[in-house]
Write a protein that binds this ligand. Structure first.
Ligand code: CUA
Length: 330
């Protein structure tokens, strides 16, 4: 039996070590948090092994022989044991609390040269505002995907327009609720280039599962080029840019043959916008609740596009949709 137990233990340990339990650690905070996670996990494994081992031994060693119907012999407490099983957990739990507190303080450390990005959650979309980047009309740059430079500490100021959402990039580990009426914050220093999912991790309504975006981490030079490109797009508008915007922002929810998009969350635009005029298309983008296509529900399409897009961008998008759906030809 001991041999079987050891064999099972070895197999389980090998499996446990080779499974990648956590997503990539792509921020400074992720390393700090993973350390806490693994320290606590190892303590738990050791405590569990000791408790389960002693229990299994006691069940086997002190089992009643067949036919023994006696009561067990009466015993009184064991002071030494009681001190040990009070003291050991107290020390462990206190140690974990102090260690976690230090890790939390470290991961929220904010150097003076940090950047600020505002994160707004709403049913069911994320909007990102860059207060230090100005675009056409003196407004700050606002996007639907998050783009950040690598190796720079970013303070995210998180807000909600309606219910509680939660901003989370698993690879960065840090997670923060978006609560209407208050601004919460979280700090991240990305340390890995790439594209990572942004997940809403608070059940917030019908579209909760779709409330996703992405975070792109670029080198500083690429980030600056991206900022310039955004400023150019915001300035110029035009149907070609409308097509790009559509692909970036709308295609995941709408079918549009011209753009080759296949999203099925919202109405098929080849049908819904057939022959529609510019006013109707604009209204559908900035005030999606004004008219709901039959068979679809209000409140699924985000209402933030009027803020997210500059006027030239909106004009470009409307112009593109007019052409793509045949309305412009009539
Ligand atoms: Cu927003 Cu779930």
């Amino acid at each position: 039996m001991t041999l079987v137990g050891v064999a099972v233990g070895v197999v389980l340990a090998i499996v446990a070590v080779f499974i990648p339990w956590l997503p990539d650690a792509a921020s400074e905070q992720a390393d700090i948090i993973d350390n806490v996670y693994w320290v606590v996990t190892i303590i738990c494994v050791v405590v569990f092994a000791v408790v389960a081992g002693v229990s299994a031994y006691a069940v086997y060693k002190f089992r009643a022989p067949p036919g023994d119907m006696d009561d067990g012999s009466p015993i009184h407490g064991h002071t030494g044991l009681e001190i040990v099983w009070t003291l050991v957990p107290t020390i462990l739990v206190t140690g974990i609390a102090v260690y976690s507190g230090v890790a939390l303080a470290q991961s929220e450390e904010l150097p003076p040269d940090h950047r600020v990005i505002e994160v707004t959650g709403e049913q069911f979309a994320w909007t990102f505002t860059y207060p230090d980047v100005e675009v056409e009309g003196g407004r700050p740059l606002t996007t639907g995907e998050l783009v950040v430079p690598i190796d720079q500490t970013i303070r995210f100021e998180v807000e909600s327009k309606d219910v509680i959402h939660s901003f989370w990039v698993p690879e960065w580990r840090m997670k923060q609720d978006a609560v209407q009426g208050i601004t919460t914050n979280t700090t991240v220093k990305p340390t890995q280039l790439g594209t990572f999912p942004i997940v809403c991790t608070e059940l917030c309504g019908l579209g909760h599962a779709l409330m996703r975006s992405q975070a792109r981490v670029l080198s500083l030079a690429d980030y600056e080029a991206w900022v310039e490109e955004q400023q150019r797009l915001a300035r110029e508008g035009g149907a070609i840019q409308g097509e790009e915007l559509f692909a970036q922002q709308c295609g995941s929810c709408h079918v549009l043959a011209d753009a080759g998009t296949l999203g099925e969350v919202g109405p098929n635009l080849d049908e819904a916008l057939q022959g529609a005029d510019a006013d109707f298309i604009l209204q559908s983008i900035v005030d999606p609740s004004a008219e709901i296509a039959p068979g679809y529900q209000d409140g699924v399409m985000p209402t933030n596009y009027g803020e997210m897009f500059t006027d030239p961008q909106l004009e470009g998008l409307v112009e593109y949709l007019l052409n793509a759906t045949g309305g412009g030809a009539r």
